[in-house]
Write a protein that binds this ligand. Structure first.
Ligand SMILES: [Zn+2]
Length: 211
């Protein structure tokens, strides 16, 4: 039970705010790294291989070590989203739609596109292909509402208004991505995109993306 006297829920904290930008015609990017704490502790998207010490330092601020993390989720397999998965040796690893622990691979219906339920009350991973065909989104019920940790399904807030932002970031299937973007906008109260600050899903957005 929490201090508020009811069932413990999950909290979502951004450990690193992702970005992508052109600097003198050179594309620079790093991903958003998110920590979910609650009955399960989960880290979503682990940045580039050069960011391990940064992640350890941020975890320490919450009194956590890698051994306290039960799930590592990479929303997809690009290098800036998997770079430090190997810090988390007690965790089950979910990379896109592939689930493994050590050398064991789990043939879950998830790998064929079904959702993967971590906590039936509050936490599931759903398939949201587009940016890559194996992309997933983590949905977390919190006190503030439903938070979607969407990886590069959304690059950043700007792409809600300008398609070229997410198309420019690369899309293996733009039609699927468009469809899944609309689905997440309808579902979520907040979106944490792959390369920008978290944003609130407004009524106007839900209207604009109505199927
Ligand atoms: Zn990315």
């Amino acid at each position: 039970m929490s201090a508020r006297g009811r069932m413990e829920t999950y909290e979502v904290r951004v450990l690193h705010e992702g970005y992508s930008r052109l600097v003198d015609d050179v594309f620079e990017a790093n991903c958003t790294c998110t920590l979910i704490t609650g009955p399960y502790n989960i880290i979503v998207d682990t940045m580039t291989p050069w960011d391990g010490n940064y992640i350890l330092k941020r975890l320490k601020e919450f009194d956590l070590t890698p051994g306290d993390i039960q799930f590592v989720i990479s929303t997809h397999g690009h290098s800036d989203h998997v770079g430090n998965n190997n810090l988390f040796l007690s965790a089950r690893h979910i990379v896109g739609r592939c689930i493994s622990y050590r050398t064991t691979y789990f043939d879950e219906p998830f790998s064929r596109g079904d959702e993967y339920v971590i906590d039936p009350e509050s936490l599931r991973v759903i398939s949201t292909p587009g940016h890559t065909l194996a992309c997933v989104t983590v949905l977390v019920k919190t006190d503030e509402g439903l938070v979607a940790i969407a990886g590069d399904l959304f690059e950043k807030l700007e792409d809600v208004y300008n398609e070229y932002v997410w198309l420019g970031a690369g899309s293996e299937n733009p039609d699927l991505q468009r469809h899944n973007r609309a689905k997440i906008i309808q579902l979520a109260d907040y979106i944490i995109p792959g390369h920008g600050p978290r944003f609130k899903v407004t009524k106007e957005m839900k209207e604009k993306f109505k199927p």
